[in-house]
Design a protein around this ligand. Sequence first.
Ligand code: HEC
Length: 147
Amino acid sequence: MIKNNKKWMAMALLGVTVVTMGMIANGIAKVTKGEKRPLSTENWMEHVVKPHCKALKEEIAAGPKTDDDWESLIEHAEILNETSYILMDDKRCPDAVWANAATKTLRNGSDAVIAAAQAKDAKAAATAFKGMTKSCKECHDKHKEDH
Ligand code: HEC
C-alpha cells in the first residue's frame, strides 16, 4: 500500500514537472520580438499596423473621390505591405502559420488594395481590404494571447 502510494506520488510529480516545463517552453515560444533588433511585435502592431489599418478601413468606407483620397489609400496599404516583410525579418517568424499570414494573406491583400486604388476601383478596394484583414485573425489566433 505504502509502496503504491509512493509510485502514485512519483507519477503525480512527473506530471506536474511535464506541465510546468511545457508552460515555460510556451512562454519562451511566445513571439514578442525578433532576435537582435529592439522592436517588439506589440509596438509595431499598436503604433503602425492598427492605425494604418483603421485609416484604410475608414477611408474605404467613406468612398475615395479625389486623387489625394486614392493616394492616401495607397500610402496606408504600402505601410501594411512593408509590414509583411518586417514581420519576417530578424528571425521574428516562428512557424508556417505566421509566414503564411504575413507573406501571403497580408502581402497579397495589401498589394491588391494598392492595385485597386491605382485603378480607382472602390469595390475592388473594399474586397481587397477584407481579404487583407483575414491575415490579422490568421496570425492572432495562434500567436496573440488574449489578455
Ligand atoms: C504574422 C503575424 C501577425 C499578423 C499578420 C498580424 N498580427 Fe497583430 N499581432 C501579432 C502578435 C504576435 C501580437 C501580440 C504581440 C504581443 O503581445 O507581444 C499582435 C498584436 C496585435 C495588436 C495588439 C497590440 C497591443 O497593443 O497589445 C493589435 C492591435 C494588432 N496586432 C493588430 C493587427 C492588425 C489590424 C492586423 C492585420 C492588418 C494584424 N495585427 C496582423 C501578430 C500578427
